[in-house]
Write a protein that binds this ligand. Structure first.
Ligand code: FPP
Length: 240
């Protein structure tokens, strides 16, 4: 890997969309209204990423930990997702966006999984960009499940333990067909990774903004991209 890769084109942006609840609270609105506004921003940011010529956008829409939220909030989020699958994501599909999902599908309702599978299959050939939505996603679980897949290969005698390397392990992750993120953005002032893409973020540049997700905009995204281009990425190497 090159010792200073900031001049490489940005291939992948990952975002933790946080602060919907606080955005709604500030306006004395129910939390769901924050999620609804947040979903509108998803569409705007997806278009902005495509316009910037960036090929991959991965969004943390629902973590495995989010199942612990109140029944009402989980069910409102799932309804929003249903609507989103039927309208906004369809629109992105028509614009040539490939849509894929990462996470534990068995936790989701069957009709949602069916729509997800359909969208993935129908957009498989779309080249413009890939929108990856992390849904019922937890990175430790993803890593454990990769370890199980590798163990199966060893058990079957397909590979020997010494054949296990980073490339083989990466190939077992949900994200096997995507480059690692160049940029991670977390909104709302929190500075945590929250079990998101732990393996994939090894060399990623992190950007934390105070902006609540429903207030996040194309303008702020462009500013982050410009800041990224000023940073120096050395992947542990010493600059000559
Ligand atoms: C975090 O805000 C956000 C979520 C748990 C859900 C993110 C969902 C969306 C942006 C809308 C749906 C997206 C798609 C792709 C359909 P929070 O509720 O934790 O906010 P808080 O920390 O202020 O309470």
């Amino acid at each position: 890997m090159s010792s200073d890769s900031t001049n490489r084109p940005i291939e992948h942006i990952a975002i933790i969309m946080d602060g919907n609840g606080r955005w709604a609270k500030k306006r004395a609105l129910p939390r769901n209204m924050g999620h609804k506004k947040g979903a509108e921003v998803v569409k705007e940011i997806c278009k902005a990423v495509e316009k910037a010529g960036i090929k991959y956008l991965t969004l943390y829409a629902f973590s495995t930990e989010n199942w612990k939220r109140s029944k009402e909030e989980v069910s409102a989020l799932m309804d929003l997702l249903r609507q989103y699958l039927a309208s906004d994501l369809k629109e992105l599909q028509e614009k040539g966006v490939r849509i894929r999902f990462i996470g534990e599908r068995q936790m989701l309702d069957a009709d949602i999984v069916e729509s997800m599978n359909k969208l993935e299959a129908e957009t498989l050939q779309n080249q413009k960009m890939t929108l990856c939505i992390a849904l019922s996603y937890g990175s430790r679980q993803e890593i454990v499940s990769a370890a199980q897949k590798v163990s199966e290969l060893v058990k079957r005698g397909d590979i020997a333990p010494k054949d296990i390397d980073e490339n083989l392990f990466s190939a077992m992750l949900y994200t096997h067909d995507m480059p690692d993120p160049d940029i991670l953005i977390r909104t709302s002032g929190e500075q945590r990774i929250s079990n998101y893409l732990l393996w994939q973020l090894a060399y990623t540049e992190f950007f934390f903004t105070e902006t609540l997700w429903p207030d996040f905009s194309e303008k702020e995204l462009i500013k982050i991209i410009e800041d990224y281009q000023k940073r120096e990425r050395r992947y542990g190497a010493i600059k000559a």
